[in-house]
Every structure is written in structure tokens, then in C-alpha cells.
Design a protein around this ligand. Structure first.
Ligand SMILES: NC(=O)c1ccc[n+]([C@@H]2O[C@H](COP(=O)([O-])OP(=O)(O)OC[C@H]3O[C@@H](n4cnc5c(N)ncnc54)[C@H](OP(=O)(O)O)[C@@H]3O)[C@@H](O)[C@H]2O)c1
Length: 262
């Protein structure tokens, strides 16, 4: 029987690459994002190429109850989700006080609350069925504090911590939870978060979204709790374990600074 993957943030970047992988494998794909036009176009392309059953849900997951609504609508449409990819997210590369508070709040609602609620709703259904896999997209930002991108780093630290805990808890019911931690990746993220001109993008090297998604998919299928993408990210994650937190914070501050004019 065909399996079904639900991917949040499937209209571009890493999420779109995940959608292509699942569709190519013959799974049904549920695409979720705010841009209905883009989703419909992607759905048509995937259906035409791979002949599987795909559908889209246009949702702003930062809105109250959006995650629960999505769960109910997916259930009402008769799909049983086997793979949940919590990928939608955004950042904001600015000093904390230079951003509107609403942006910080929206980021927490999308990157944290929606992800947490989707893990709860779909995780519960999966644990009852004793089958399923969840992949949460965090970031290399999960490993330290991040001045000039403070809320984003905090949200990703939350995602990493929650994922590692749920990986242990859900494994008791045969459900795996994988946390994917990429470094700078070529997507719309750089432009949306104004992070593209940062030292991180200049010095860490930029991964291809397709490679990040492939590596995440492999890690999820193996049921690995954590996957760092790229040697640079692995080295950074390793070093942050041994260096003082203050040093890590200063290092992130440098990485989040703009290499041209900050
Ligand atoms: N690119 C990087 O350097 C990098 C590094 C580490 C981690 N990440 C993480 O990777 C994930 C994917 O980002 P990306 O790099 O692929 O960036 P992207 O190309 O900007 O994709 C973000 C996706 O999230 C969707 N989205 C944004 N706000 C949403 C909302 N309120 N409700 C529903 N969907 C929403 C966007 O679609 P719509 O605009 O159509 O809603 C889009 O499909 C994020 O969690 C990001 O934090 C990225």
C-alpha cells in the first residue's frame, strides 16, 4: 500500500526537495505552505511526473490552531500520514530590539508551537498505530545562543531538544523522530531572513537544498535521532560541546554579522 508524507513548507527550498523525494519513491505527498499557487503548480508537476496522489493544504501555520486544523482536515480527507516532515520555518537576522515584536512572536508560533502541535497530533496517531516517522528540521543554530538572530537560535534549540526527547519516548511505540540540522543552504531562507549576506553564508559554505533533503530522508528512514548536514556543521557541533558557552555565543555573533558592513 502507498504511504503518505506530509511536508510543511513544501513550496520552496528544502521542503520542496523533500516533496520530490517522496513523490519519486511513489508515496502520496501532502504539501503545506501559505502560497496556494506555488503548491498547486508543484502538485500538478509531481502528479504528472510520478502518477501518485498528491494534495495541498494552504495554511499559515503561525496562526492560532492552524496545526490542529490541518490535522483535522487531513484526517477528514481520508489520508493517514506515515511520514511527517516539520520543515516550515523562518529566521530574522537583526538585533533583537530592531525587529518588530510581532516578527519574534510569529517565528515562535511557526518554528516552535506549530511544530510541537503537529508532533502531538500526528505523533499520537502514529504511536497508536505503532508506525510512522517524523523529521523535524532544526539547524546548526540549535547548538548555541545566536546574537543578531537570537529568537531563531532559541527556536531551533527548542526543536532539537524536543526532537531528542520525543525520539526516546515515541520509540517505545515503534515511531522514530529525527532532527535534521543543516548549515547555510541555498534556498529562499537567506533572502527571507536577511541572512544571505552573513559571515555564516560566506565562511561555512552553502549546501544544496536537494542534498540536505536527501541526507535528511536517509537519516529518517534509518530512524536516526540526529543528523548534522555537512562536515562544517559536524565540526561546529562537536566543538561547541567543549568550548565555553560564552565563546560559542561570541562565535555565533560573528557568524550572524554581515560580512560587508556590520
Ligand atoms: N536555508 C538555510 O540556510 C537553513 C539552514 C538551517 C535550517 N534551515 C531551516 O530549513 C527549513 C526550511 O527552510 P528553507 O531554507 O527551505 O527556506 P525557504 O525556501 O524560505 O522555505 C520555507 C518554507 O516554509 C514555508 N512557510 C513560511 N512561513 C510559513 C507559515 N507561516 N506557514 C506555513 N508555511 C510557511 C514557506 O512557504 P510560504 O512562504 O509559501 O508559506 C516555504 O515553503 C526552515 O525550518 C529553516 O529554519 C534553513
Amino acid at each position: 500500500m502507498k504511504k503518505t508524507a506530509l511536508i510543511t513548507g513544501a513550496s520552496s527550498g528544502i521542503g520542496l526537495e523533500f516533496a520530490k523525494i517522496f513523490a519519486k519513491n511513489g508515496d502520496n505527498v501532502i504539501l503545506v505552505a501559505r502560497s496556494g499557487d506555488k503548491l498547486n503548480e508543484i502538485k500538478e508537476r509531481l502528479t504528472e511526473t510520478y502518477g501518485n496522489l498528491n494534495c495541498c493544504f494552504v495554511k499559515d501555520l503561525s496562526k492560532p490552531n492552524a496545526a490542529k486544523e490541518l490535522f483535522d482536515e487531513v484526517a477528514a480527507s481520508g489520508f493517514e500520514v506515515d511520514y511527517l516532515i516539520n520543515n516550515a520555518g523562518f529566521g530574522d537576522n537583526r538585533k533583537y530590539l530592531d525587529s518588530d515584536f510581532e516578527i519574534h512572536e510569529k517565528m515562535v508560533k511557526l518554528n516552535v508551537v506549530a511544530l510541537m502541535e503537529l508532533c502531538y497530533c500526528f505523533g499520537k496517531a502514529m504511536c497508536e498505530r505503532k508506525s510512522g516517522k517524523i523529521l523535524n528540521v532544526a539547524s546548526v543554530a540549535a547548538f548555541s545562543a545566536g546574537p543578531y538572530m537570537s529568537v531563531y537560535y532559541a527556536t531551533k534549540a527548542f526543536v532539537l531538544s524536543l526532537s531528542e526527547s520525543l525520539s526516546e519516548e515515541f520509540s517505545e511505540n515503534g515511531v522514530s523522530v529525527t532532527c535534521l540540522c543543516p548549515g547555510p543552504t541555498e534556498t529562499n531562507f537567506g533572502a527571507v531572513s536577511d541572512f544571505g549576506k552573513s559571515n555564516a553564508f560566506k565562511y561555512l559554505g552553502i549546501a544544496k537544498a536537494s542534498n540536505v533533503a536527501k541526507a535528511g530522508y536517509k537519516a529518517m528512514m534509518k530512524g536516526k535521532p540526529l543528523h548534522y548536514h555537512g562536515l562544517n556543521v559536524k565540526v561546529m557541533a562537536f566543538l561547541t560541546r567543549f568550548s565555553p558557552r560564552k565563546v560559542n555565543t561570541k562565535f555565533s555573533k560573528f557568524m550572524n554579522s554581515e560580512y560587508l558592513h556590520k
